[in-house]
Design a protein around this ligand. Structure first.
Ligand SMILES: O=C(O)C1=N[C@H](C(=O)O)C[C@H](O)C1
Length: 297
């Protein structure tokens, strides 16, 4: 399923592991669970999905299992990252026939290219693929910030359809939202700023935190879209502590801990260099699960 204007809640699915391998049983359980939630699409093998630790065979299997389980219920977007334009071009070629509708491609990291380098990198990748591409701008992970001028040049290319915005500069995000052409989608990847981004005009979010209380994240989105800002704010005031808790230590370990405690994952296992959460954070998460469970009862 190909979506040319992504909006709403896109879930960057965690990748379950068991004893070092892909845990397919947990993966199927997760997909069944989220297919019944109010989300608009799944992102696989991105930051939250520990995509950098998966080899090609595992990524292929991940996509295959998720697509089979979804049976077309939701669109799939595949996360790609790297700092070599040619290798990414080969990854696009390798995955062209896979059941993914679009790609989320991070800016090249570590090498800190110029704005012209960033433009040519994405323009080359856009030329190499028929599928829609979302640019992922996250300077605090990659070391390079794609400026709005470059983004707007890229937005003019037919299959560059949007941005996952994690630039961490409120003015840059707002200026882009004012200047973007119609048909170019902006989704925030700053979980704790989701409500603010929506009120500034963003189309939705790619939010690891939405693994938990998915319906409340969707309610915030729907209320802002419907112009009901006081209803959105009322939900958000209760929800905003959740992303803070789930990002208190490197993601996705806190989220995996929560999903394990909730019975959706067999294990909270992450792959090195990520590590499981501290005992202190585990106790805080367990207490929050207990609090939310007693409120719901
Ligand atoms: O999985 C992702 O991609 C996400 N990335 C952001 C990050 O890298 O910090 C956070 C977002 O919730 C999901």
């Amino acid at each position: 399923m190909t979506i040319r204007y992504p909006q709403g809640i896109w879930l960057p699915l965690v990748t379950p592991f068991r004893d070092g391998d892909l845990d397919e049983a947990s993966l199927r359980r997760l997909v069944r669970h989220y297919a019944a939630q109010p989300i608009d699409g799944l992102i696989l093998a991105a930051t939250t999905g520990e995509g950098l630790t998966l080899d090609d065979e595992e990524t292929a299997r991940l996509v295959q299992v998720v697509a089979a389980e979804l049976a077309g219920k939701l669109p799939i977007c595949l996360g790609l990252s790297g700092s070599d334009t040619r290798k990414l071009g080969k990854a696009l070629e390798l995955t062209a026939a896979w059941p993914v509708g679009s790609y989320l491609i991070a800016c090249p990291y570590y090498t800190r290219p110029s704005q012209e380098g960033l433009f040519r990198h994405f323009a080359t990748l856009a030329r190499d693929s028929d599928k829609p591409i979302l640019i992922y701008n996250i300077p605090y992970r990659t070391g390079v910030n794609m400026g709005n001028e470059t983004l707007l040049r890229l937005a003019a290319l037919p299959n560059i359809v949007g941005l996952k915005d994690c630039c961490a500069e409120a003015a840059q995000s707002f200026d882009l939202l004012r200047a973007r052409p119609s048909g170019f989608s902006v989704l925030t990847g700053e979980d704790a700023l989701f409500y603010n981004a929506l009120t500034h005009g963003a189309d939705g979010g790619i939010l690891a935190s939405a693994h938990v209380e998915t319906r409340l994240f969707a309610r915030v989105h729907n209320a802002v879209r419907g112009g009901n800002h006081s209803a959105a704010l009322a939900v958000w005031r209760d929800l905003v502590d959740l992303p803070r808790l789930l990002f208190a230590e490197p993601s996705p370990a806190p989220i995996k801990h929560w999903l394990w405690r909730a019975g959706l994952l067999h294990s909270p296992e992450v792959r090195l260099p990520m590590t499981e959460i501290s005992a202190g954070l585990a106790a805080r998460i367990d207490a929050e699960i207990a609090r939310r469970t007693s409120l719901a009862a």
